[in-house]
Design a protein around this ligand. Structure first.
Ligand SMILES: C=C(O[C@@H]1C=C(C(=O)O)C=C[C@H]1O)C(=O)O
Length: 373
């Protein structure tokens, strides 16, 4: 084994700056939140771990593990240095087509009868590697490149035969739900600008994002939706009036830290994740119109733009928005990765395409590849 005690039958890993959590040995598989929640209530499993899909009407991949551990600090494993020989083999849609999708969405948003204010459109890339990569090694590569140590890997087998042996692996900065005792918090992100290696240009990108009315509006939809989903479940909900800048090695984002107290102590982190997902950060506003638009343009997103996380028997847990991630094939050689961005009335197709290219860098740089021009 490597320099940690991740077992050979590991099914889940979430590395965060303050702690890492991992689980091994799948005792039970659940393809719905309801089934997993009922099992947790019976009290004979330490936790539920896994992934929720973008569309909660599709199967989840939730697991009651034999062994569940929480350890302080980020997960540190030295990634294997071997070159995996990865290359991008296909883009869906092609860049020009994505620009057309953005222009169509802007028109749909401008249509007063359309009833849609924001929609998040994504594109996906297929990647092939010449040598096999394990999900844990890909997670180690991602964690090593992220200054906060964010990384996750979740076995998707519980979602049915289509996902047998697949893993969702990524490094996401976005906290959907964090719950400890009766305190719940989340940190939605929306509104983005690429990082630059030139420090002056980098600061300029950040400043422009912080001052952009278009990005602030895009962000506002997410904060509003989270506040209204959490309000009936919480007391003392604190919603800051202004977003702040947050960064990853590849992106600047607008973010807002929301915090509240759970009204009913029986509400678990898993309940909260299912109640607030999908937020307008990865779907749009209003949710049903945006989701239908996404399904008609992109088809099934699988586990991209869903959630990954854990919930223990006390109801504590953490669920992250599953972005900056890839679905890794059972053979460890093929993967699909996605990147999307929020479209509002003022969005520009070329800028939106550039935003997705910048977001792809998280996964692609972990594979030592650059996006072909
Ligand atoms: C959809 C993605 O990211 C989301 C969309 C953002 C935006 O539109 O500005 C910002 C952060 C994420 O909530 C993605 O990375 O694929």
């Amino acid at each position: 084994m490597a320099d940690d005690d991740l077992h050979h039958d590991a099914v889940f890993l979430l590395s965060r700056p303050e702690e890492h959590v991992y689980a091994s040995g799948a005792r039970h598989h659940f393809d719905s939140v309801h089934a997993a929640r009922t099992h947790l209530d019976h009290g004979d499993s330490p936790a539920i771990v896994g992934a929720l899909p973008f569309d909660l009407r599709r199967p989840c991949s939730l697991i009651a593990p034999r062994d569940f551990r929480r350890r302080p600090g980020r997960w540190c494993r030295s990634p294997a240095t071997a070159d995996v020989g990865a290359r991008v083999t296909a883009a869906h849609p092609e860049p020009e087509q994505h620009e057309r999708h953005v222009a169509d969405a802007v028109r749909a948003i401008a249509d007063p009868c359309g009833g849609m204010s924001k929609v998040v459109l994504a594109r996906r890339l297929s990647v092939q590697a010449t040598s096999a990569l394990s999900p844990w090694d890909l997670a180690a590569r991602l964690a090593a490149r992220d200054h906060a140590g964010n990384a996750f890997a979740a076995d998707l087998s519980a979602a049915g035969s289509e996902y047998e042996g697949h893993h969702l692996v990524g490094s996401t900065p976005e906290v959907l739900i964090h719950k400890r005792g009766d305190v719940v918090s989340c940190h939605p992100l929306a509104g983005s600008a690429p990082r630059s290696t030139d420090p002056t240009a980098d600061q300029e990108n950040a400043r422009r994002l912080a001052d952009s009315p278009k990005d602030r509006r895009e962000h506002g939809y997410v904060v509003e939706a989270l506040a209204s989903s959490l309000a009936p479940l919480c007391t003392d909900l604190e919603v800051p009036a202004e977003p702040t800048l947050t960064s990853t090695p590849t992106m600047w984002h607008l973010g807002t830290g929301i915090r509240g107290r759970i009204a009913d102590p029986g509400t678990t982190a898993l309940d909260l994740a299912a109640a607030v997902h999908p937020t307008p950060a990865i779907c749009g506003t209003p949710t049903p119109a945006a989701r239908d638009h996404i399904l008609s343009v992109e088809g099934d997103r699988g586990f991209y733009a869903g959630a990954v996380g854990w919930c223990d028997a006390r109801g504590d847990g953490e669920w992250m928005v599953s972005i900056r991630c890839a679905d890794l094939d059972p053979d460890g050689r093929g993967l699909i990765t996605w990147a999307g961005g929020g479209i509002v009335a003022e969005s520009d197709p070329a800028d939106e395409l550039a935003e997705t290219s910048a977001k792809f860098r998280t996964v692609l740089s972990a594979l030592d590849i650059e996006l072909p021009a």
